[in-house]
Ligand binder design. Structure first.
Ligand code: FAD
Length: 473
């Protein structure tokens, strides 16, 4: 009897898992699953304790679901990726594995690890799959066979390609026929710091993620365009943590959306949400073609010469949500308390750190990773480079968000701010965006800091710093 091994990484689900489906295609083969935890490696790359807890919960759910199909999950823990090469080789030898199946990861360390595994397994057939994207890197290229450097032409080419060749979802495997194995279920525990998360917001198992996706596509996707920028509303899917850890696949998102909103691929209802899935694809394709992004190099080289400020007190105030800019502070407190932040607020807080405090975007990128339950290198790096104007975005570096007007525009009555900054609960209506002015006028003392920088002045200093870096090119 042949034995197939499926190596799970960030694809902790049974439904629409390309590697698992391929391993199970031969109904007579024995199928084993493997998960290797590498706490030191993950800690070095700032995996947040909330994401570790979510992965832990997903891993246990996966073990149970696999056991129901007659597929045992082997769990191993080693320090880093180098050691995981040896583990895969050892498991293959121990179980006389003929075929190894896994889904690609596109980050540079992960690619190097996979290449080392393939080299070490000369007697095993290794098969990799583009599972965490809808269209694989390389499928959407310019006429010169280069990766697009700007999102909109990438998106147009991506949609054209999708219509030519729509990738289907694959079914979850059935119960193994001849190859079903007995499976012991023992609680699995990643030995890394973990922090509680709200399971009603971020469901741990794939069944709950599928339900959340279905509800979003039925109830909200159509009005997403109108709702998505307002953090006080529940206008986005909150599926990012499931997508980042692989409890859900992007193909499942696409097909569920199209089942409810078939015009989404032609610019109709639902197309703005589809756009977000395409941003996710864009950043994954980018790190594949520009691996330097994984090493935190800017996409625009001259921006590496910007003279960043090293003001620890400013950085700490930003982290703790004590900058004196209410929308920035509410957003940072949402992140610290829940591990998630609304997209509009990620843009505002990132812009504030880089363009108001002139702190290196890489500091913010690291801090986000250390807190986010949906931390994802490609999306996080892409978002930070977008905000810092060091990346692929077509807008020049002099786009600088005004944190006060952003608050007035996207949280007009301050509902979101009041939820997260209790010190400002009694500041009425729109005055909440400039509480220091209101307090002075009313003769009130607020238990809330004054702004740590003057936006107008900070903006000028940032423009000068970017100008100087560009001119020294
Ligand atoms: P929805 O609005 O419902 O979007 C659906 C899905 O599309 C998301 O779950 C996500 O997978 C994807 N998506 C949406 N917007 C983007 C985007 N701009 N770039 C890439 N993918 C996107 N997203 C992460 O998943 N992980 C991160 O670490 C991350 N860091 C970010 C850092 C910064 C500075 C910025 C500006 C954005 C970042 N994003 C990141 C993108 C985006 O903010 C989140 O994906 C989104 O807020 C998640 O909420 P949601 O699931 O409700 O999204």
């Amino acid at each position: 009897m042949t034995t197939h091994l499926v190596w799970f990484r960030r694809d902790l689900r049974l439904h629409d898992n390309l590697a698992l489906a391929a391993a199970c295609r031969d109904r007579s083969a024995q199928v084993l699953a493997l998960f290797i935890s590498t706490p030191a490696q993950w800690a070095a790359h700032d995996m947040s304790p909330r994401q570790a807890a979510l992965m832990n919960a997903q891993l246990n759910a996966l073990q149970t679901a696999l056991a129901e199909k007659g597929i045992p999950l082997i769990f191993r823990e080693v320090d880093d990726f180098a050691a995981s090469v040896g583990v895969v080789a050892e498991v293959c030898q121990q179980h006389d594995v003929s075929h190894l199946f896994y889904n690609y990861q596109y980050e540079v360390n992960e690619r190097q690890r996979d290449a080392a595994v393939e080299r070490a397994l000369s007697h095993v057939v290794c098969e990799g799959f583009d599972d965490s994207v809808i269209l694989p890197p390389g499928a959407v290229m310019t006429g010169n066979h280069e990766m697009y450097k700007v999102f909109t032409p990438f998106k147009n080419a991506w949609l054209k390609r999708l219509k030519e060749e729509m990738p289907a979802c694959v079914a979850a495997p059935g119960i193994r026929d001849g190859g079903a194995m007995s499976c012991d279920i023992a609680p699995l525990a990643l030995t890394m710091p973990q922090q509680d998360f709200d399971p009603t917001l971020f469901p741990a198992g794939e069944k709950a993620a599928i339900t959340q996706l279905r509800q979003f596509c039925q109830q909200t996707a159509e009005s997403y365009e109108q709702l998505r920028d307002f953090p006080a509303l529940e206008g986005t899917s909150r599926l990012s943590a499931s997508l980042a850890t692989g409890g859900l696949s992007p193909r499942q998102c696409l097909h569920r959306l199209l089942a409810e909103q078939p015009q989404a691929v032609d610019g109709g209802a639902g197309s703005v949400w589809l756009n977000e899935l395409i941003w996710r694809e864009f950043y994954r394709h980018l790190i594949t073609f520009y691996p330097g992004l994984c090493q935190h190099r800017p996409f625009i080289p001259w921006t590496d010469r910007v003279q960043w400020s090293r003001n620890d007190a400013h950085f700490q105030a930003w982290q703790e949500g004590k900058t004196g800019y209410p929308i920035v502070d509410a957003a940072m407190r949402q992140l610290n308390a829940t591990g998630w932040m609304h997209n509009r607020l990620r843009m505002i807080t990132a812009s504030f750190l880089v363009k108001d405090l002139l702190i290196d975007w890489r500091e913010g990128e690291r801090y986000f990773m250390s807190q986010l339950i949906d931390g994802d290198l490609a999306a996080n790096n892409g978002g930070w480079q977008w905000a810092a104007s060091t990346g692929t975005d077509a807008a020049p570096y002099f786009r600088i968000f005004n944190p006060t007007t952003q608050g007035e525009k996207f949280d007009r009555d301050g509902d979101f701010i009041r939820r997260w900054v209790p010190e400002l609960r009694n500041v009425p209506g729109k005055a909440i965006h400039t509480p220091w002015t209101w307090a002075q006028k009313e003769g009130v003392t607020l238990d809330y800091p004054p702004p740590i920088v003057d936006h107008k002045q900070a903006r000028l200093e940032t423009l000068a710093a970017y100008d100087a870096a560009r001119k020294s090119d």
